[in-house]
Design a protein around this ligand. Structure first.
Ligand SMILES: [Zn+2]
Length: 425
């Protein structure tokens, strides 16, 4: 890729960049940042009104390949990521078969070769994600996974938790916990509260999440160097648990998805199964505390939990439809509109939580915007207001409660691995 970007606003706090610049990209590398005279025979991108930042990274996606490619595959998933403004993702291992052996890893790596989007993998904590026997963690590590998790399911067995924490201490790989306790969540389909009562549905109590985190933190005391990361926080109380553990210097981090800082269970009355996800949407109080947790920097990462499902599956009723919503093509605009524009979070903090922190947790280098580095950029049009339109999604699936939401900050393009992709949203 050879490209001259003229007059673009670059914001990269860690590189001390905040202002208008030209950027020259040669063979995918940043050749020069500053004022650059017009060069002959090079493609020019007019950056007026656009903002360029270090490429965003989503550390929680489900690409469904192998096994459920009618919902998504590596091709459509990475296209959705690029369209939504992401240059890197971490795939969850609940494929069919799951990512618990080298063969599956090699299969997915082959599929994502030469992609603009960097596709990284997590490996299962337990064999076949059944929660009975610990996976061959050494083998997964050697095959290149960046994290251990049974996401889709929790790890509740104490012996497996001990194994993954011990392994994390020596490998530095984080353990990502989908914090749920099956004996508490039972057959619940939405948050246990007024709405569940109104709809006569079994509810998922907040304790399912908080009790799991409390239990994990108790075990973590024996592994002070283990990296423990709590996925998709849904309860306000979880944040105080994280805050306390952090104050005691445990290597704890956590993430939140836009739906958990924007929506409550009330939207289920309007959006039905498109608002059914696990963990579920909860109360106003939880949303308030999650926003406070982001402001106070207790929550490290914003991610999507991109979970595509077909229309026919989501057309089932609330009890039987699968959990999950898509997120890659709505996340950035929703985060900007509901956090930055409302002045809960600075744009610089948004960059930290969507670019620097996820990579740091996964032991990846942060994206540097300096001469000589690979060009890995997200380009946004911050002032562009638009309506989310599911028909524009590149994902194979459309299951989101955010269709028609009016948002700001439209993804414009991404650049990575010597390729450019222009968003169409
Ligand atoms: Zn999960």
């Amino acid at each position: 890729l050879n490209l001259l970007i003229k007059n673009i606003t670059i914001i990269s706090p860690k590189d001390n960049l905040n202002g208008l610049f030209d950027v020259l990209i040669k063979d995918g590398l940043i050749e020069k940042i500053g004022y650059i005279d017009d060069i002959r025979d090079i493609e020019i991108l007019d950056g007026k009104g656009l903002t360029l930042i270090p490429g965003f990274f989503d550390m929680h996606v489900h690409f469904r390949e192998p096994g459920q490619t009618e919902k998504e595959d590596i091709q459509s998933g990475t296209l959705a990521a690029a369209n939504g403004g992401f240059t890197g993702v971490l795939c969850m291992p609940n494929t069919i078969p799951p990512i618990d052996n080298t063969k599956v890893i090699e299969f997915i790596n082959k599929k994502s070769e030469n992609n603009l989007v960097d596709v990284y993998l997590s490996g299962t904590a337990s064999v076949d994600r059944k929660g009975m026997k610990t996976s061959d963690l050494n083998n997964l590590f050697e095959s290149g996974v960046l994290a251990i998790t049974d996401d889709g399911s929790p790890v509740n067995a104490e012996s497996i938790l001990n194994d993954v924490f011990a392994f994390s201490e020596k490998s530095m790989l984080p353990f990502l916990q989908h914090a749920e306790n099956y004996t508490i969540s039972g057959n619940g389909s939405i948050h246990k509260g007024e709405i569940a009562e109104k709809l006569s549905l079994e509810g998922i109590p907040s304790e399912s999440e908080t009790a799991t985190v409390k239990n994990d933190l108790e075990i973590l005391k024996n592994y002070p160097d283990a990296k423990y990361h709590i996925q998709h926080i849904s309860c306000g109380e979880t944040i105080s648990l994280v805050e306390e553990a952090k104050s005691k210097n445990f290597k704890v981090s956590c993430e939140v998805c836009p739906h958990h800082f924007i929506l409550t269970d009330e939207i289920i009355l309007k959006e039905g199964t498109n608002a059914k996800m696990n963990p579920p949407l909860r109360t106003n109080k939880d949303v308030e505390l999650i926003i406070k947790g982001l402001k106070d920097d207790i929550i490290d990462v914003i991610c999507t939990d991109h979970a595509p499902h077909t229309k026919s599956e989501k057309d089932k009723n609330l009890e039987t439809a699968p959990f999950g919503i898509t997120g890659l093509e709505t996340c950035i605009s929703l985060t900007y509109t509901y956090l930055v524009d409302k002045e809960y979070l600075s744009f610089e903090k948004m960059i930290e939580k969507l670019s620097d922190n996820p990579r740091k947790i996964l032991n990846l280098q942060r994206v540097k915007i300096t001469e000589g580095e690979k060009a890995n950029f997200t380009i946004l049009n911050l002032d562009s207001e638009y309506k989310i339109d599911v028909n524009k999604f590149k994902s194979k699936s459309r299951n989101t409660p955010f269709n028609n939401f009016k948002v700001k900050c439209k993804p414009y393009a991404v650049i990575n691995n010597s390729q450019i992709y222009y968003s169409d949203l």
